[in-house]
Design a protein around this ligand. Structure first.
Ligand code: PMP
Length: 419
């Protein structure tokens, strides 16, 4: 591990402990696929600030747009004006929506705020209260979204009571079932998907009647059940959107059009911006003044988002994402399993450049020890979930050469953790 610098100690003293962070690095510069510490050390960044800087850190097109916008107008409060950068951005977003029916927007700053806005819209538009989420979900850490997040108790323990009207549909997880049941063949990911749908139908019969259920919130599926029961489908594409899975939005892989689509993170390459989009008849139901906020849809963030779309076109980011995805999966699947001792297995999965590497039959903390080894090799990796899982979310414009380097670092980190 790198030594904890004086600056990091200062941070530890003055920044709330509740934030939590996976490294003690103090960074002060970031460019492309790399971040640089205050001491000038360079690290390969396979995190993109958790799926945010999809165009790489400080892409020149985005930087230029931000500089120009900052000099021209930084704040155009949405409850006072229409602001030009937001209108320009909407013009750029419209043709990229999964359906032309999704044509009415509302902007915020963070993913959580946008998820909360989607819940407000759904409750108000349907005049129903309940929201269904799935076991294992992550939708944020604000007061409203904390109730919608079910991936780890750390996000809500000690902060109750949570927002009422939220029901959790069980979503069985195949690794768990395979481990505990006699017939591992049966408990496949497909079985889990079918069982989750079955459990949802039961929830709608036993706990949250369709007449009380405003929306089902998920990271992308479920169109049929929502239509049958007059329930809105909210897809949270905060992390999976903006090219992360190889298509602009993950719903496009499944041919599904949500009633409300939630976007954030990759939308503006690192500037705080989030949005919901829905059909006009849904979005216009709330009375004027019931939505909004001081910084919602900040002008500089909107300019950064418009420039981000330009980079998607000019650099064919989706094509690169798919090519690098193939390279990653091939390299990981060829090299990682052979490093593992007997009894340890690995599941390497994902779409596009949203890649999970889950280890089974390993001691608790194994994934964290891989991340520590990676840090020794000047590479930043994230772990995720309550299982021993690594996640790779590199920028969508990572080059072929950088991908080879990333593969070498990940493989070497796994090898070091196994020793
Ligand atoms: N939904 C999903 C799917 C997310 O991944 C995140 C952030 N990790 C959020 C919501 C919350 O976004 P934010 O942290 O910007 O509030």
């Amino acid at each position: 591990m790198s030594s904890v610098s004086k600056l990091a100690q200062f941070g530890k003293k003055h920044i709330a402990h509740g934030i939590g962070r996976s490294t003690e690095l103090v960074i002060e510069k970031a460019k492309g696929t790399y971040v640089y510490t205050a001491e000038g050390k360079k690290y390969l960044d396979l995190t993109t600030g958790i799926g945010v800087t999809n165009t790489g850190h400080c892409h020149p097109t985005v930087v230029k747009a931000v500089q120009e916008q900052a000099a021209n107008m930084s704040h155009g409060q949405v409850n006072i004006f229409y602001q030009k950068p937001m209108l320009d951005l909407i013009e750029g977003l419209l043709p990229r929506m999964p359906s032309s029916k999704l044509d009415t927007f509302f902007f915020w700053n963070s993913g959580s705020e946008a998820v909360e806005a989607a819940v407000k819209v759904a409750r108000h538009a349907t005049k129903k209260q309940n929201i269904i989420v799935f076991q294992g979900s992550y939708h944020g850490r604000t007061f409203g979204t904390m109730a919608l997040t079910t991936s780890k108790t750390i996000y809500s323990a000690g902060f109750s009571p949570l927002m009422p009207g939220v029901h959790v549909a069980p979503y069985p997880y195949f690794q768990q079932w395979s481990a505990h049941k006699a017939d591992p063949e049966k408990f496949t990911p497909e079985w889990c998907g079918e069982e989750a749908l079955h459990q949802l139908e039961l929830l709608l019969k036993q706990r949250s009647d369709p007449q009380d259920t405003a929306a089902i919130l998920i990271e992308p599926g479920l169109r049929k059940i929502c239509d049958k029961n007059d329930i809105l489908l909210i897809c949270d594409e905060v992390q999976s959107g903006f090219g992360r899975t190889g298509k602009m939005f993950a719903v496009e892989h499944f041919g599904i059009v949500p009633d409300i689509l939630v976007m954030a993170k990759g939308i503006a390459s690192g500037y705080p911006l989030s949005a919901i989009v829905s059909r006009k008849e849904i979005m216009d139901k709330q009375p004027a003044g019931s939505m909004g906020g001081t910084y919602s849809g900040n002008a500089i963030s909107c300019a950064a988002a418009k420039a981000t779309l330009q980079v998607f076109d000019e650099e064919k980011l989706l094509d690169n994402c798919n090519a690098r995805s193939e390279q990653f999966f091939k390299g990981l699947r060829e090299q990682i399993p052979s490093l593992l001792p007997e009894g340890v297995t690995v599941d390497i999965r994902g779409k596009g450049l949203m890649i999970g590497i889950e280890f089974m039959g390993v001691p608790k903390g194994f994934a964290n020890s891989i991340a520590s080894e990676a840090l020794n090799l000047d590479t930043i990796l994230l772990t995720t979930s309550i299982y021993e899982t690594l996640r790779l979310i590199p920028p969508l414009n990572i080059t072929e050469k950088e991908t080879d380097l990333a593969l070498a670092k990940v493989v070497a980190s796994v090898a070091a953790a196994v020793e």
